[in-house]
Design a binder for this molecule. Structure first.
Ligand code: HEM
Length: 395
């Protein structure tokens, strides 16, 4: 009988060899926690979004006259169209929950030190945000239209070039049919680029292997991916699929905006324009700065600052497992993120503006300083400890 794992068979079949190295014999640290499920869950989210998205695109019409009604048609007439759309909407939220967990895990355990993995990951985050923003415009509801108008207008803050850039992105003098058309094209294409970027992300990861909750070099404590993490990832998949099904079937409008049940009307601005929950923290940072260009720069920096994290690291050990003070700071950072998310949906008035400014300051101060906050602790504990050998140090 053909043995799929046999050396000669794998050597003669490069695809089999790749699969084997990717999910079968891949060496993995023995102590990976549930937080290491987030990566495979992100892969599952991407697949769910691509599959449901393709079927939705079959029935969707990217034209300002028809877009809104084509979505109504999907919900009412297309066989199981409602479940496709509900899953696609819910999938977007779960995707962001997984990605924020994935990044939080990376910050807490110092995984950003795998700099190529981290850099490709940050690019994946930017692509995901772009895809979600473009997708939200497609149903052509009031919030789609006005959200697109507010966000594209931010480009006008760029000195000299701004106004021309906005018209270029719109393909006209306002958010219009050309805008909807190109947004649809890019919303369709970007997930496939993310697929390619994910392949690079994993190739970089498998160069050195995974980090682990202790941040110590895992050395000999290595087990094969199959069956251990294969089964653990399957448990994660079942939970995620159960959550998607639950929300899609029982409360699909949980986080959606009622304004989007109204067809886009350029003559009537909603009193309160706000993005979906996953963009609220960035929106709060944008509004916290009382200057348009300053706000746009701060909002952009709030995400792109992740690119800098590998260079900011000064601690001796990887991760925060051995740094109690850093752990407290991490939880304060996380809370600043949650508070900003709340403030993104609050009106721009006292005291919300002032709290946003404070939370923005804390957010930036901590994300920049967290990788170096262990320095005083290092001088007391780790600096001259003979037990901390070269393999456990990050420098
Ligand atoms: C579509 C988005 C993404 C997908 C599909 C994805 C996929 C994965 C997978 C499958 C793993 C291995 C399993 C694990 O460690 O959880 C992983 C690891 C990793 N990812 Fe991502 N990822 C994505 C986004 C990101 C982002 C946004 C970042 C950071 C900004 C990031 C940073 C990392 C790092 C540093 C690791 C290594 C973790 C460690 O070994 O401790 N990834 N990713």
């Amino acid at each position: 009988m053909l043995n799929l794992k046999s050396e000669p068979f794998r050597k003669s079949n490069p695809m089999m060899n790749l699969m084997n190295n990717l999910i079968y014999d891949l060496p993995a640290p023995v102590n990976l926690s549930i937080l290491w499920n987030s990566g495979s869950l992100l892969g599952l989210c991407l697949m769910i979004q691509i599959l449901t998205g393709i079927f939705l695109a079959i029935h969707y019409s990217p034209n300002t006259e028809y877009a809104f009604y084509s979505v109504v048609h999907i919900m009412r007439d297309v066989n199981f169209g409602w479940i496709l759309r509900n899953t696609h909407m819910t999938g977007a939220s779960l995707f962001f929950m997984c990605v924020y967990t994935h990044i939080g895990r990376g910050i807490y355990y110092g995984s950003y030190l795998r700099s190529m993995v981290w850099t490709s990951g940050t690019s994946l985050l930017l692509s995901l945000m772009a895809t979600a923003f473009l997708g939200y415009v497609l149903p052509w509801g009031q919030m789609s239209y006005w959200g697109a108008t507010v966000i594209t207008n931010l480009l006008s803050a760029i000195p000299k070039l701004g106004d021309s850039l906005v018209s270029w992105v719109w393909g006209g003098f306002t958010v219009s049919n050309s805008t909807l058309n190109r947004f649809f094209v890019f919303h369709f294409i970007l997930p496939f680029m993310m697929l390619a970027l994910t392949a690079m992300h994993l190739a970089f990861l498998h160069d050195n292997g995974s980090n682990n909750p202790l941040g110590l070099s895992s050395g000999m404590n290595i087990i094969p991916f199959h069956p251990f993490f294969m089964l653990k990832d399957m448990v994660g998949f079942v939970v995620l699929l159960a959550c998607t099904t639950f929300v899609s079937l029982l409360c699909p409008l949980l986080v959606s905006d009622p304004q989007n049940f109204i067809k886009a009307n350029p003559m009537s601005t909603p009193t309160h324009i706000q993005p979906e929950w996953y963009f609220l923290f960035a929106y709060a940072i944008l509004r916290a700065i009382p200057n348009k260009l300053g706000g746009v720069l701060a909002m952009t920096l709030a995400i792109t600052v992740l690119y800098m994290m590998p260079t900011l690291h000064r601690n001796i050990m990887t991760g925060m497992s051995f740094y109690p003070a850093s752990q407290i700071m991490f939880w304060i950072f996380l809370n600043s993120f949650f508070i900003l998310t709340w403030l993104g949906s609050a009106p721009t008035e006292t005291p919300f503006t002032e709290i946003s400014q404070l939370a923005t300051l804390i957010y930036f101060f901590l994300i920049i300083s967290i990788p170096a906050l262990g320095k005083p602790w290092d001088t007391v504990i780790f600096q001259n400890d003979p037990h901390i050998n070269a393999t456990n140090k990050t420098e």
